[in-house]
Design a binder for this molecule. Structure first.
Ligand code: COA
Length: 140
């Protein structure tokens, strides 16, 4: 059974760190020094668990930026990423945020488009990976 929890970095880091290390640092070769930043401490984090095992995550910054969306490879394609994103969208609505923004890896644009995000501007490089900025407005 998939369980979704929201929490702070202090609460969830023990489960978020190995998950993000596996997906971003090992699988996608993101440099360690870029993966861990000061935004984790001020974000609300969403974590998906299956039978207590951490399988997916993402974070919402106070300014409406969503990021660090990751699902363990073996668990992709079964709605876990969407459940994490929906939990962050609900958290954003609860905080009264009107505009959500993210930097989508270009291969994942379709995933965010399914959730109502629209690409803006040109492709750019971040951590050696091509990205597009995407936005979604929430009803006020
Ligand atoms: C991107 C990622 C988080 C998606 O998670 P996921 O659990 O596989 O996605 P879901 O199964 O919830 O997919 C939800 C919908 O988006 C679609 N989708 C998922 N990944 C997609 C992709 N790369 N391109 C286009 N559509 C995609 C699914 O088909 C599904 O559509 P449906 O509802 O019509 O069936 C996951 O692939 C991942 O962790 N990738 C590696 C890390 C990464 O690139 N993170 C994104 C950083 S911007």
């Amino acid at each position: 059974m998939t369980e979704l929890v929201l929490g702070t970095w202090a609460e969830l880091a023990p489960m978020l760190v190995p998950l993000r290390r596996e997906v971003f640092i090992v699988e996608q070769c993101v440099p360690e020094e870029l993966e861990w930043d000061a935004y984790d401490a001020v974000s609300v984090h969403a974590l998906a668990l299956i039978d207590g095992e951490a399988v997916g995550c993402g974070r919402l910054l106070p300014d409406g930026h969503i990021g660090r969306m990751a699902v363990r490879r073996a668990f992709r394609g079964r709605g876990i990423g969407r459940a994490v994103l929906d939990a962050l969208l609900a958290a954003a609505a609860g905080r009264g945020l009107g505009l959500l923004q993210l930097h989508a890896q270009t291969h994942a644009q379709g995933f965010y488009a399914q959730a109502g995000f629209v690409a803006e501007g040109a492709e750019f490089d971040e951590a050696g990976i091509p990205h597009r900025r995407m936005v979604r407005r929430l009803p006020s």
